[in-house]
Ligand binder design. Structure first.
Ligand code: OFO
Length: 181
């Protein structure tokens, strides 16, 4: 058990940095819930490969959340379990889902960049270095989201188009998970 004084001594995180990191915990947790909800819609609609892609993505986002969560506590801060509300459950089309994912990932990249910029500014090089993993991860996730969205334009949605897009999403998922292994 730690006294209040020891907890203060053990802090290496500035309060502002801790706040930004906790905001990011919330964002990653929301991303996970958002993608899980999208996975469920795809599963229910019979887009099985898109669902597989999104179930995996939801798991990855939770892992992103937990990585920051542990870091905050290890650096002497206090990680806060975020409240996750207002998650959308219904979507108009498969294409809309992949448009929303790209839009969301771009927002996440901006939030990550803000933390990196802040950490550098306050000379918190431990946090700066810790966040580099997220910088690389976001570049990969944005690329992957763009590839997925391109399928809709390349293949087209008419006839067997949506079925083919779903098959291709499965291949994209398998390639990405093999790289991640
Ligand atoms: Fe794709 O958002 Fe996490 O980092």
């Amino acid at each position: 058990m730690k006294t209040k004084e020891i907890v203060t001594l053990q802090r290496s995180l500035l309060v502002d940095t801790e706040k930004l990191l906790n905001k990011q915990v919330e964002m990653e947790g929301k991303s996970s819930a958002y993608y899980l909800s999208m996975a469920s819609w795809c599963h229910m609609m019979g887009y099985d490969n898109a669902a597989k892609y999104l179930y995996t993505h939801a798991d990855e986002e939770r892992m992103h959340m937990m990585k920051i969560f542990h870091y905050i506590n290890e650096a002497g801060g206090h990680a806060i379990q975020p409240e996750i509300t207002d998650i959308r459950h219904n979507f108009n089309s498969l294409r809309e889902i992949f448009e929303l994912i790209l839009e969301h990932e771009i927002k996440v990249t901006k939030a990550i960049n803000l933390i990196v910029d802040h950490a550098f500014g306050v000379k918190d090089f431990a946090t700066f270095s810790f966040m580099q993993w997220y910088v690389t991860e976001q570049r990969e996730e944005e690329t992957m989201s763009r590839r997925a969205l391109e399928l809709f334009d390349i293949i087209g949605e008419e006839g067997v188009g949506l079925w083919t897009i779903d098959q291709e999403l499965g291949k994209l998922h398998d390639a990405a998970t093999q790289v991640g292994e």
